[in-house]
Design a protein around this ligand. Sequence first.
Ligand code: NAD
Ligand code: ZN
Ligand code: ZN
Length: 389
Amino acid sequence: MKALAWMGKNTVKVVECPKPKVVEEKDVILKVTGSTVCGSDLHLLHGVVVQLQKGDILGHEFCGVVDDVGSGVTNVKKGDRVVASFQIACGNCYFCKQKLSSQCEKTNSNTIENAMYGGRTAGMFGYSHFTGGFAGGQAEYVRVPYGDVNLLKLPDDVPDEKGLYLSDVLATSWNAVVDTGVNEGDVVAIWGAGPIGQMCVDFAFVQGAKRVIVIDSNWRLDYIKEKYPKAETLDYSKLPRGESVTSKLKEMVDGRGPDVAIECVAGEYAKGWAHYFEILLGFETDTSEIVNEMITSVRNFGRCGITGVYVGFTNHFNIGSLMERGIRLIGNGQAPVHLYWENLLKMIQEGKIDPLKMVSHRVRIDDLEKVYEKFEKKEDGMQKVYVET
Ligand code: NAD
Ligand code: ZN
Ligand code: ZN
């Protein structure tokens, strides 16, 4: 079968490899019909967040048709059209019983070395041996462990093109909005106008936000203006000398600042290329500008959520502003997909959200090498892609 494999830092390749087989009795083999590329795949491409091994298959957002099932699978059968969650949950541990599946204790790699992080999160598709070594779904077939738990049937009125994004981006953005606490009448500032930031715009309005302000630069803000006209934009690259994102946000929101701030960028980019090299060299890094920007921008007692991916330790963190002004800083974590996906499916069916707005390109699996190149450089108007398999 064909699959997209990591071949070394900044190199991916479409390769031929063996089709997966049922290994455990709860496994499902899925014939992938649709997949996509996430901002998190870029961190993997760069080898920054975790290091993949040469030949590892990428991809943690995919849907498909059940091709084969193990003897212990009862909820799905051959021929069912389903979407997979990006994390692999057992369905039965302390966290899974509360549907906090991203912290599954059975599939995580909670080793002694990870003790400095206080433990690791659940296993994930296409994410390295650090998260269980599960092959990803940017492939023609994929093995889904605990298939009864990690697959959701798609009803006839929800086509693959819409259902696919229940894997990750919809749950992630919804989690960012509800976990950070967006309430009726709030003014919400969102850093990053990629697919995650875009869906946060829609969800913030679903939750009753009065205003949503998106911070980014370049054409990505033009996309926001076109597809999300209710949102306001702030281009951080065009601020006049002496002005900052914080001062501009205060000016835009009653001199006080927004009620809620949500980070949809990632530590990797937040300080530009110098910061990227610091991470590569393994230095302790300075706090992302964005985290400090969020803390200083929100009103007193405001709430800040981190959904973009961060790793390691940090310094120069504005703890003084956080403490004195009563700011709530929340790590939104990897989104627990199982907690939300049925409700999100309903929102799609009721037309409350339209995931297709963030989809800019439709491609085939053979095009994936080029897609990574363009997605990485933010070229060719590339937002979310739909990879027809
Ligand atoms: P993306 O790469 O498409 O978008 C990131 C955006 O951030 C880009 O538009 C970029 O121009 C912008 N940006 C860069 N520096 C900025 C700055 N200083 N201020 C404002 N904007 C800036 O990525 P995406 O797919 O939208 O994902 C966003 C983040 O969410 C990634 O870090 C991804 O790993 C993470 N993510 C988290 C989860 C989770 O469960 N927590 C799940 C999926 C993705
Ligand atoms: Zn993702
Ligand atoms: Zn579990």
